[in-house]
Ligand binder design. Structure first.
Ligand code: RNT
Ligand code: ZN
Length: 410
């Protein structure tokens, strides 16, 4: 008997239907962030990466343009199972002539739309409020009215683009606002920048679009490099703003205090919102953006989504950037791990575990939760890869691609 058939029996005896898990997992979309492919460089003629985020490392072979980036994404997709979307930043617009951030147009994303259509992918978008000469002293919260107005125009432009993308592809485009605004040292005035951010968001969201085409979200952050003392867009700020204005929060699990967990926040957000967006990443000490591994918090995040039956309400996207390893491998590892965690959660005896909690049977609940870790998960995962046609020795293929394609880029 093959390993999967054997595993299926073991899971059945444990009260879990492995077939059902396999059917479900492949339909949960995960949005792959384009910016892992080029260290958040974008196509504007790469200046410095600013905004309190950083890539470290100088691994050879990073993509330098649309053709290379999409070729690398295609390569990664060969080894990633399940339903996929792609997550773009405004700085990845494909333009003939230079178009500044406030002059971006829907047609600047036509190449991406074409790319996505052929591959049956949805697209998500992010206005880019960093790595720009006008982002040095605040963006949507800037005290300089000209600067603030510039970034409001950018936000509006990208929402228009997002709605256009959503309409063209027939699946709503998540348009996520994250700004780097903050201060290195103790503020004299915490209120005014937040009031200006609020005003800017009101102006941006005054433009109305059909929710069939666009989902708006706002992403908070507790601190950034050079913004250690204060971020304007804190979690409280955005949670309140989103609740009042009917838009959605995006939780990046690298953006909270180290002992806070996003897994614990999901249920609370779901009770008060139709949707919740995620940037799944892996925080390590001061960095919020390491490659996603199959670790405990990732498993817990997936478990919360699955146990809440919220796989259609939670919009899952990845967000990390590692320039010290093969970038294509970084995509494959992170995307696979997200899928792994979802499958792992789908293979838990959910009802039984909930019943044990309600009955106060905590000894048995602990024993069952530990038993989950000893189950033949790997055999079900391998079967998933086989059915999705993405199996084989991906690392050997990546090494070959590196030699034949990536190392030729200098
Ligand atoms: C930064 C935020 C933000 C960015 C991307 C590039 O801390 O997480 O989401 O990583 O937009
Ligand atoms: Zn993020």
């Amino acid at each position: 008997m093959n390993r999967y058939e054997e595993a299926k029996k073991i899971y059945a005896a444990f009260g879990v239907d492995a077939e059902r898990a396999l059917e479900k997992v492949k339909n949960i979309p995960v949005s792959m962030h384009c910016w892992q492919g080029d260290d958040v460089g974008g196509f504007e003629g790469a200046g410095e990466l600013t905004g309190g985020i950083q890539t470290t490392g100088n691994y050879p072979g990073k993509a330098r343009n649309f053709e290379e980036l999409t070729a690398d994404m295609d390569f990664a997709f060969r080894f990633i199972p399940g339903k996929k979307r792609i997550n773009l930043h405004a700085s990845y617009a494909v333009t003939d002539k230079k178009a500044d951030r406030d002059a971006l147009l829907p047609e600047h994303f036509d190449r991406w739309i074409e790319y996505a259509k052929v591959r049956n992918l949805g697209i998500d978008m992010n206005p880019t409020f960093f790595s720009h000469p006008l982002s040095a002293n605040g963006t949507l919260s800037a005290a300089d009215e000209n600067v603030r107005a510039f970034w409001v125009r950018h936000g509006k432009a990208v929402r228009k683009i997002s709605a256009y993308i959503g309409e063209k592809l027939g699946t709503p485009c998540l348009c996520n606002v994250w700004i780097p605004d903050g201060l290195k040292d103790v503020p004299a005035d915490r209120l005014a920048p937040r009031a200006r951010l609020k005003k800017s968001l009101d102006e941006i969201y005054a433009d109305k679009y059909d929710k069939k085409y666009i989902v708006d979200s706002v992403e908070s952050k507790v601190f950034g490099i050079g913004m250690e003392s204060y971020t304007v867009g804190s979690f409280e700020f955005y949670m309140n703003y989103a609740a009042k204005n009917g838009i959605c929060c995006l939780l990046d699990n690298g953006h909270f205090h180290p002992t806070e967990t996003v897994s614990d926040k999901i249920s609370s957000m779901l009770l008060f919102n139709d949707k919740l967006a995620l940037h799944v990443t892996r925080p390590v000490r001061w960095d919020s953006d390491h490659v996603v591994l199959f670790d405990d918090e990732l498993k817990e995040i997936a478990k919360e989504i699955i146990f809440a039956g919220a796989e259609e309400k939670v919009l899952i996207g990845l967000d990390y950037f590692d320039a010290s390893i093969n970038r294509v491998a970084a995509w494959i590892v992170g995307m696979r791990n997200m899928q792994k965690a979802l499958l792992f959660a789908l293979l838990m005896p959910q009802e039984k575990m909930k019943t044990l909690q309600n009955a106060g049977e905590f000894t048995e609940l602990m024993a069952v939760s530990e038993r989950v870790k000893e189950m033949p998960f790997g055999d079900v995962w391998e079967e998933y890869l086989r059915r999705e046609n993405v199996g084989g020795d991906w690392l050997a293929e990546v090494k070959k691609y590196e030699k034949e394609v990536l190392l030729g880029r200098n």
